[in-house]
Unconditional design. Structure first.
Length: 253
């Protein structure tokens, strides 16, 4: 298993219980045609197939190598697909889900508008992203600096916005979806939970990237990495934000 696959699996361990809770709360029809945008390592596609025993799932990503085996499972289609460039016919899906996708896009509002086109009227959208805002108030300077170094690294290298979760509800309602609900889950670091492995692997990946570029941020990332397993260390690292809404049956206005 590659380091990136391990990191994606750690993200699944962290976030899958949250995702399943809100999919269940929002209400997913047993016959739904589902689209998983940015399927990562594939766990949510499997989750959707289980929640929709008489439906089907299309699992997409620009890189499908970590979930290609899903193509052998019933009712799951694996597709290499870029949400910013590739399309589907209007009204193709009853449910669209995207997790940790919008924060990496230059124009998340445009992506949401595209997803709205793919949904049938009355269809369900669930989008999830992180908010790194708690890092600003961390009582641990080393972790605060490490999280902010991670934020700066991804902002410069990929244009990522690791605080998009705070704007997620406004983006969904601004995209014309009828508001369904919003959930915010605090995510701890250093308590032995699944976030520890995710941040271990994320800090290590970003540290190595910055070291190759001779950046001083590599030292800050390495210091935060070493802090996670220290006795008596815990910190609130981020919020996991989930927002869902429905495409109106009748056009607004």
């Amino acid at each position: 298993m590659t380091g990136e696959q391990r990191r994606l699996r750690a993200l699944e361990d962290l976030w899958d219980p949250i995702t399943e809770h809100y999919l269940t709360q929002a209400g997913v029809p047993a016959t739904a045609r589902c689209l998983e945008v940015g399927a990562g390592a594939g766990s949510v596609a499997r989750m959707l197939a289980r929640l929709c025993p008489s439906g089907d799932v299309t699992a997409t990503d620009i890189d499908t190598r970590f979930f290609e085996e899903l193509a052998t499972e019933e009712r799951i289609t694996v597709l290499c697909h870029d949400v910013t460039q590739d399309g589907f016919p209007a009204g193709s899906f009853d449910v669209v889900h995207a997790r940790m996708v919008l924060c990496h896009l230059a124009d998340p509002a445009k992506a949401l508008a595209t997803m709205a086109e793919w949904l049938r009227p009355g269809g369900l959208l669930l989008v999830e992203d992180l908010d790194l805002g708690p890092a600003d108030a961390s009582p641990h300077p080393v972790m605060r600096q490490g999280l902010l170094a991670a934020e700066r690294t991804l902002a410069v290298s990929q244009g990522s916005d690791l605080r998009l979760g705070r704007r997620l509800q406004a983006l969904v309602t601004g995209g014309g979806f009828a508001s369904g609900g919003m959930g915010v889950q605090p995510v701890m670091i250093g308590d032995g939970g699944p976030a520890d492995e995710f941040w271990h692997l994320s800090f290590a990946q970003l540290r190595d990237f910055q070291a190759r570029n001779d950046s001083p941020l590599a030292e800050e990332l390495a210091a935060a990495l070493s802090l996670i397993d220290q006795p008596d260390f815990t910190d609130l690292g981020m919020h996991a934000v989930s927002v869902w809404g429905r495409k109106p049956v009748q056009p607004i206005g």
